[in-house]
Design a protein around this ligand. Structure first.
Ligand SMILES: NC(=O)c1ccc[n+]([C@@H]2O[C@H](COP(=O)([O-])OP(=O)(O)OC[C@H]3O[C@@H](n4cnc5c(N)ncnc54)[C@H](O)[C@@H]3O)[C@@H](O)[C@H]2O)c1
Length: 310
């Protein structure tokens, strides 16, 4: 049995990962979360141990980390706009929090760390496809916090022999994302409440959408592999917002109004990523079509009605 601690394991991606690891077999999972954005009710308490704690407390981290073989570090304040309004909070939570985690791992000899980073927020507005060889130029404090995470993972791998792997996620969508502000979750909530869908620009902007089920399998194989460094995890394909709207129409069977407004200043127009490095290093292989993934996600949103049950 491999003992894996998931920080932020009560959040969107964490609950999927915890379920996926327990269902795959061979993993004993502990979730660590302060419930600022996620909720312990989302965690399957029969299969997974829940530890209430905060990254900013070394004592909390230490009690959760003792005896673990690997850590998947997902805990973060993930709200980009909030990080612009209050960079100090983001710094305390994401930067100091990550540093505390690495220090406790070093002290306790937990040497396998797989951490969530981000593609778009790290490299800024560059010509796609985004890849790992691009020089980072974050455009928000949130993006800067992920760059710090990558820097320290690399430093702790080089200086202390830890094996740190930073996975740069693209736009992740899927069930259990009701609390998220990402585009698919946002559109589905607007459809459920009968509001028009607002698109900034003409809908030609492109993003890379990865189904959460494909992502968590990618994280699982990354934990077991020994890869060190940064890796893009996405679908490897661009989808424009207009294409997404068409797929959403067919997945939901709903007719809805779309309101086109001016492009927002600073918004990246086209971004998608290359995933060859992760394919080569640990066999990352996303297989869920956007069509299927949206269908499964809509089913879940529909079952929630006016809001999530947990
Ligand atoms: N969802 C995406 O599309 C996406 C894209 C790129 C990167 N990421 C990264 O993936 C990770 C997981 O994202 P998510 O979508 O599941 O977000 P989420 O907000 O649903 O989950 C984050 C979890 O971390 C917890 N948390 C926050 N600060 C904490 C702290 N100080 N101590 C303990 N727990 C804390 C929250 O309560 C929450 O449960 C994050 O690091 C995020 O930056 C996500």
């Amino acid at each position: 049995m491999k003992r894996v601690l998931i920080t932020g394991g009560a959040g969107f991606i964490g609950v999927h990962l915890a379920d996926h690891l327990t269902q795959s077999g061979g993993y004993e999972v502990t979730v660590f979360d302060n419930e600022s954005l996620g909720h312990r009710g989302n965690v399957d308490n029969d299969e997974v141990r829940f530890v209430s704690g905060d990254l900013r407390s070394r004592a909390d981290l230490r009690s959760a980390l003792e005896g673990q073989d690997a850590v998947v570090h997902l805990a973060a304040d993930t709200r980009v706009m909030d990080s612009i309004d209050d960079p100090a909070h983001n710094f305390e939570n994401n930067v100091i929090g990550t540093f505390n985690l690495l220090e406790e791992c070093r002290d306790l000899g937990v040497d396998r760390i797989v951490a969530a980073s981000t593609g778009g927020a790290i490299v800024g507005d560059v010509a796609p496809p985004v890849h790992e060889r691009m020089a980072p130029q974050p455009t928000s404090p949130y993006g800067a916090s992920k760059l710090m995470l990558e820097g320290y993972l690399s430093a702790y791998s080089g200086a202390y022999g830890m094996r740190g792997c930073a996975l740069r996620f693209s736009n992740i969508y899927g069930p259990r994302s009701f609390h998220k502000g990402s585009v698919v979750a946002h559109f589905f909530k607007q459809i459920l409440s009968g509001e028009p869908l607002v698109v900034y620009g003409d809908g030609s902007q492109a993003r890379d959408f990865l189904y959460v089920g494909d992502l968590v399998e990618g994280i699982r194989v990354a934990i077991d592999g020994g890869s060190v460094g940064a890796f893009q995890l996405g679908s490897g394909k661009p989808t424009t917002v207009n294409e997404l709207l068409e797929l959403i129409r067919s997945a939901t069977g709903r007719d809805f109004d779309v309101q086109y407004e001016d492009f927002r200043a600073g918004e990246v127009v086209q971004t998608w990523c290359e995933i060859d490095k992760a394919r080569r290093a640990f066999g990352f292989d996303p297989t869920t079509s956007l069509d299927d993934g949206l269908g499964r996600t809509w089913e879940w949103f529909l079952a929630q009605g006016g809001g999530p049950s947990q």
